[in-house]
Design a protein around this ligand. Structure first.
Ligand code: ATP
Ligand code: MG
Length: 440
């Protein structure tokens, strides 16, 4: 796929050349190509104006005309072709909406953020590298193009990109670039939370999330976001106490782990994720995982062992869902002792032993317990609210829901079998207690 994409990108470059325009592969694809990494997408820079690009290719989409970008589509793969440009004055510490078209590749490369992102390749494979990007990459150095402080003042987002590239590519941040970042980090308050979130997600989902955390803490970048976030407190956790975060399968799950380490409750996590513009689905999954954790921690602290560990697990299943429990189990397998407070010196030996027994049971038997549950939700229960109303001859009311969840709990815990007759008989017996509760 990648070689096909590269030939298609080079064919676009050649076609532009044949019509008298300068054209190059630029930016991330050149960097990744030179490092032998898989290239995600090939971007092209050209002296041709957008309308000239549109005229030359069969399928184009005007994806970013105001920035000079036309997307050329070949075999359903998009290639961004952008006219050489200079960026007008920067306003509010962000990149400007207005751009000025120019005829010089060099000027176009100059506006780019880091030396390794400011290289170009021509159709013959000749490298244009005016700022020493290759040397920096060989020395594993990340360096701003030009005066670092000026570049961060122009666009504060570059500071987060700096931390991301350093962690993703395993680079040291060059001294002046790092000093400038420390001097300018306060300007991050001008960057939309959405863009911070996107960078944070990529750092956590990238090649070295532990290094990303170290850099975030070392720069105190999270202390300077537009909206204050609880996540900023991560810098109070010593970096050597982080386990290998790559052992956690996704960025979302790594983030939940960080919040659990901060000891935040489900509602506080939801609020923080909202401030960071994470999606409702992400908020919901994180909050259910944290809710399940809170319940299981309480049960571990109360000495859940043997049968109690299973009960706590099944009750958590009914409240928070199987996906939350399976996520939590992975986090427990990685760092359960710490998350459940079993490392604390204050805890009594007996309580520690009971907590450890529960932890072991959740890790070893948790998934099998979930599999074996005859009904994990009301949908799976063999009676409905209507059945109960008909069978007990009472009007529908709050008792119906209460009774259903009692039946579900008894069934899930294996005390009732999930068939209609058993459930309806049990309903008769439970009806009175539920009614009392309703009137209490
Ligand atoms: P990746 O796609 O892996 O994030 P990339 O380098 O391709 O890496 P993009 O955001 O796709 O990053 O941007 C493409 C190129 O545009 C960059 O390589 C860089 O040259 C330039 N660029 C992007 N964002 C900025 C910025 N904020 N300031 C200056 N140049 C930038
Ligand atoms: Mg890119």
């Amino acid at each position: 796929m990648s070689t096909q994409m590269k030939s298609a990108a080079l064919a676009i470059v050649r076609r532009l050349n044949e019509h008298g325009f300068q054209a190059y592969l630029v930016g991330g694809c050149v960097r990744d190509e030179m490092l032998g990494r898989t290239v995600k997408d090939y971007d092209i820079a050209t002296s041709a104006r957008p309308e000239q690009v549109q005229a030359l290719f069969e399928r184009t989409v005007p994806t970013g005309l105001q920035h000079g970008t036309v997307t050329v589509v070949v075999n359903r793969v998009p290639y961004e072709v952008t006219t050489f440009r200079r960026e007008g004055d920067y306003e509010g510490f962000r990149r400007p909406a207005e751009v000025e078209y120019i005829d010089s590749l060099l000027e176009d490369l100059k506006r780019r953020d880091f030396t390794m992102n400011a290289m170009a390749l021509n159709a013959e494979g000749g490298l244009v590298d005016p700022f020493g990007g290759m040397t920096d990459m060989n020395e594993r150095l990340l360096r701003c193009v030009g005066a670092a402080e000026e570049r961060f003042r122009e666009d504060a987002l570059r500071m987060l990109r700096c931390l991301r590239f350093a962690s993703e590519y395993g680079l040291r941040i060059e001294e002046k670039t790092w000093a400038a970042l420390q001097a300018c980090v306060g300007l991050l308050q001008h960057i939309a939370m959405e863009r911070c979130r996107a960078e944070l997600e990529r750092m956590l989902g990238g090649a070295d999330p532990n290094r990303a955390l170290e850099l975030l803490a070392g720069s105190s970048a999270l202390r300077h976001t537009k909206t204050d976030i609880e996540l900023a407190k991560l810098d109070g956790i010593p970096s050597e106490s982080w386990p290998d975060l790559l052992a956690i399968p996704s960025a979302d799950e790594r983030l939940v782990y960080l919040y659990l380490r901060l000891g935040l409750e489900a509602s506080a996590i939801t609020e923080d994720l909202k401030r960071l513009t994470f999606s409702n689905a992400q908020q919901d999954a994180a909050s259910r995982t944290a809710g399940a954790h809170r319940e299981l921690s309480a049960s571990a602290a109360g000495g859940a062992s043997g049968g109690n560990a299973r009960e706590a697990w099944i009750r958590a299943l009914l409240r928070y869902g199987a996906d939350a429990l399976l996520r939590l189990r992975r986090l427990y397998a990685l760092d359960g002792h710490r998350l459940l407070g079993l490392r604390s010196l204050e805890i009594m030996d007996e309580a520690r032993a009971a907590g450890e027994a529960a932890l072991d049971a959740w890790i070893l038997s948790g998934p099998a317990w979930l599999e074996a549950v005859p009904a994990g939700s009301l949908k799976e229960l063999q009676v409905s609210g209507q059945d109960l109303v008909r069978h007990l001859g009472d009007k529908p009311g709050p008792w119906t829901g209460l009774l259903l969840s009692r039946l579900l709990e008894e069934t899930a815990l294996g005390r009732l079998s999930n068939d209609r007759d058993t459930l309806l008989t049990a309903a008769m017996e439970l009806y009175e207690t539920v009614q009392k509760k309703e009137h209490a």
